[in-house]
Design a protein around this ligand. Structure first.
Ligand code: SF4
Ligand code: SF4
Length: 437
């Protein structure tokens, strides 16, 4: 069944709350320890290559990739490995983690050197060795994304600078602080993956970023900037592709089925820095915000830093905390314990009051259809909820609930305050289970 709608025309007008757009990134001092989860990406967990008592440097390998869809993990501090065991992580699960106590010297691993690249295979190997995963929140290993069956399958690189979730401004700061790195990363991917066109998609609520990138792209026929409407979830991969190229990713398909690769702006800028220096992914920019954060800012944080230490660096909370969210308020994850550590794909820490975090009481559905109007995937959450209640798996399949991307637009617009996207999650699980029978 083909979807006959314009995905990009839908969505929700969520508040922007980009409080830190104009706040330049600051480096956080060394934390008391870092805890590196071996499961910081989609795919197989990394395998620890260090033991308790080992000494490591900045950029030392700590976990090697556990398969093709995986990524290596590196230390962002020099110091001593003080623990290797299963621990709770910020995405709510448990994983093998490596704890390192810094020695304060920040000695760089002597093996760090820019990669030598003469072929496409050497390029993808270098991307793999960099430890890069999608820094916009997805955590998909970049080397897998850039491994093409043949160069004819993809003609367009879409740079995701939409940053459509409220509060988060980490990508906006990348545009303003390191635009040359972005252009250099684009040039590398264009060259080695033989990409004809590049479109940098930026939401209209980032005028400075649009201006900066447009001026750098002037005179480059193959790289253009596309101003996107500020409608959530403009940065969702399928929506972004449609907004930037007019192409639709088919049901169950990948961006490459629409001839595209999508890379987050932070990822492409990091890639340029890695190719120039050989320093793998050990730190990243986080937006620290929320109604309770005393000093809202963008912070360059060593990956694995305890969340509580990042919050303390930003002045701590000004009241009783209701919820800490890793990522944005629409699709982020609630953090149960602030002593857990940051992961590669975490782009924000939001500290919310009880008042902001408490969900309103749900009322009966009034069949207003707003959830249908808002769904960017053209789904009918209200009908899916009924089919779920009646356990009609075939109906769920017809309603294409597998296309739901958990964006939360339906919940956001529902006047009855129903947990619509939560029901969609359950419906998807029921459809999947039914499909396996
Ligand atoms: S938006 Fe809420 S009240 Fe309206 S149809 Fe959807 S679930 Fe029902
Ligand atoms: S959460 Fe799913 S059903 Fe709800 S609006 Fe987003 S894609 Fe549509």
């Amino acid at each position: 069944m083909k979807n006959i709608f314009k995905r990009a025309a839908k969505g929700a007008h969520v508040p922007h709350l980009k409080n830190t757009s104009d706040v330049a990134t600051v480096d956080m001092p060394l934390p008391s320890k870092i805890v590196l989860s071996m499961q910081q990406h989609i795919g197989a967990p990394a395998q620890p290559v260090v033991e308790k008592g080992d000494e490591v440097c900045v950029g030392s390998l700590v976990g090697k990739e556990g398969g093709f869809v995986s990524a290596p993990i590196y230390s962002g501090v020099s110091g001593t490995v003080t623990d290797v065991r299963e621990m709770l992580t910020s995405n709510g699960g448990k994983a093998t983690c490596v704890e390192i106590t810094p020695d304060g010297k920040q000695t760089v691993d002597p093996a760090i050197a820019p990669p030598m690249i003469n072929t496409y295979e050497e390029f993808t190997a270098a991307v793999r060795a960099s430890g890069l995963v999608g820094l916009g929140g997805a955590g998909f290993p970049t080397s897998v994304k850039l491994t093409l069956k043949n160069f004819d399958t993809v003609d367009t690189l879409v740079i995701n600078g939409a940053e459509c979730e409220p509060y988060i401004t980490a990508d906006n700061r990348e545009f303003l602080e390191h635009p040359e790195d972005i252009m250099s990363g684009i040039a590398a991917v264009q060259k080695w993956c033989q990409i004809k066109n590049v479109i940098i998609g930026i939401e209209a609520n980032k005028p400075e970023a649009i201006k900066t990138m447009s001026s750098l792209c002037a005179g480059q026929s193959s790289v253009t900037v596309k101003e996107l409407p500020s409608v959530y979830p403009q940065g969702a991969e399928k929506i972004l592709i449609e907004s930037c190229t007019g192409r639709e990713v088919p049901r169950g398909g990948l961006p490459s089925d629409a001839g595209c690769i999508v890379m987050n702006v932070g990822s492409i800028a990091f890639l340029a820095r890695y190719l120039a220096t050989g320093m793998p992914l050990t730190a990243r920019r986080l937006t620290v915000d929320g109604d309770l954060i005393a000093d809202k800012k963008n912070v360059n944080v060593i990956i694995g830093t305890p969340i509580q230490e990042v919050i303390d660096f930003c002045g701590g909370a000004t009241g009783e905390i209701g919820e800490i969210i890793m990522g944005g308020p629409m699709m982020g994850l609630s953090v149960m314990d602030p002593s857990v550590s940051t992961l590669k794909q975490n782009n924000a820490i939001l500290v919310m009051s009880r008042e902001k975090a408490t969900l309103p009481e749900a009322n009966a559905c009034i069949h207003c259809g707003r959830c249908i109007e808002a769904c960017p995937m053209g789904l009918s959450p209200v009908m899916a909820a009924k089919a779920y209640r009646l356990e009609k798996v075939e109906e769920l399949d017809k309603l294409m609930v597998d296309l739901c991307m958990d964006c939360g637009c339906c919940t956001f617009v529902c006047p009855a305050k129903r947990p619509v996207s939560g029901t969609m999650k359950l419906a998807k699980a029921m459809q999947k289970k039914g499909a396996k029978k």
